[in-house]
Design a protein around this ligand. Structure first.
Ligand SMILES: [Zn+2]
Length: 377
């Protein structure tokens, strides 16, 4: 089969056809995909109420072998902090988080090129997503999680039949365990394997179509490793190159101030990782100490003329409660984006007369213990 795209190494420049399971370059760097062909509005498969309506833009050779109906999530209008805001309910994915976009496309690619057993490390949502899709595809799967991951996410992984390895210590210790296993099974890492971003780019396509083939002024996204920021950039890039949009939304990468690698670099005016002191946060899904693609995410935010926003820990609970009172039950990680929306409106960085999308990345049922504590009972 002729691969649709190639891998390109940003560090050493090596190009490799995407015709084999690969998660990083031989030089050790993460790989990127060469630019995609994108699509025009006439290429959308409107019969598919899933992300596969944009299949013409995806770098896959075949129709999907595994799908659970991911994508085409609701975009609902509410008032937030006195302004009209649209909430993108990525929480309503098959496994309850936005990760299913990336997982579905990445696993279908890996199946196309003949992957064997896979493993992954995750704070919870990506692990649950990959374990679930691996089960649906009949792939053997092992997931490494921190012992501190929310119980709901660990139970979800176990229910899929994946082998579960709970690793004590830091989040980095979990990643190190997964890296060490890369010699024996394929490391299907949502943070390394770039087909994951090929999947998250469909978020850009959906927002564009749901806006009537236009784009909002601002998009706010909870950001841990940045796969949604990079996916949005890739998607809007393709739409721009195809003449479908004339301008790009500002992207706001939202972090929890207690563990904010991108915010530390942003505050320092740096273009790559700067050391910082990580603390604990209720927003477990974005508590990333060492993002894999720091420079690319920072560059994407800068190109969009957006910003990195650090949300104080004390703002997460009230935002989660206020969302709940609007009928939007989400996990604390997702509530940070709404809290950031308040901060940006207060600061005048975004205005009520602009169009703003807040991406709610994960369902509240993922983290009921943490939510109970935040709500005070
Ligand atoms: Zn390389």
């Amino acid at each position: 089969m002729q691969p649709v795209v190639s891998y390109q190494c940003p560090a050493c420049g090596t190009m490799t056809p995407a015709d084999r399971p690969l998660w990083r370059c031989g030089c050790g760097s993460p790989l990127n995909l060469t630019p995609g062909r994108g699509l025009g509005r006439g290429d959308i498969d409107r019969a598919a109420a899933t992300l596969w309506r944009y299949r013409a833009a995806l770098a896959l050779g075949h129709p999907p072998r595994v799908s659970l109906g991911e994508g085409w999530t609701p975009l609902v209008a509410r008032r937030w902090a006195g302004a009209p805001v649209l909430f993108k309910l990525e929480s309503q994915m098959p496994t309850g988080s936005f990760k299913d976009r990336g997982t579905a496309v990445m696993l279908n690619h890996l199946i196309e090129v003949g992957v064997g057993p896979i493993h992954e490390d995750s704070s919870g949502n990506a692990g649950a997503s990959i374990a679930t899709y691996a089960a649906a595809a009949g792939l053997a799967c092992r997931i490494y999680v921190p012992t501190t991951a929310p119980r709901g996410k660990i139970v979800q992984i176990a229910a899929s039949g994946a082998e579960l390895r709970a690793i004590p210590g830091s989040r980095q210790a979990v990643t190190d365990a997964a890296l060490a296993a890369a010699a024996t099974s394929f490391y299907a890492s949502h943070n390394w394997q770039p087909f994951f971003i090929e999947g998250t780019k469909t978020l850009a396509y959906e927002v564009w179509e749901q806006f009537g083939f236009a784009v909002p002024d601002n998009i706010l996204v909870p950001t841990g490793y940045g796969s949604n920021i990079l996916g949005l950039e890739r998607g809007f890039d393709e739409l721009e190159r195809n003449g479908e949009i004339a301008r790009r939304p500002r992207l706001f990468a939202v972090q929890a101030a207690n563990c904010a690698a991108f915010a530390a670099a942003w505050a320092a005016g740096a273009s790559d990782y700067v050391p910082f002191v990580p603390g604990t946060t209720a927003a477990d899904g974005i508590a990333t100490v060492k993002p894999v693609r720091t420079a690319e995410v920072l560059a994407a935010v800068r190109r969009s003329q957006g910003a990195v926003v650090a949300v104080p820990e004390a703002a997460i609970g009230p935002a989660l409660r206020a969302l709940g009172h609007l009928g939007l039950f989400v996990e604390p990680t997702a509530a940070t984006a709404a809290a950031a929306c308040s901060l940006l409106l207060d600061a005048g960085t975004i205005r009520p007369d602009e169009t703003t999308v807040v991406v709610l990345t994960g369902h509240g049922l993922k983290a009921t213990d943490t939510i109970a504590a935040l709500l005070g009972g």
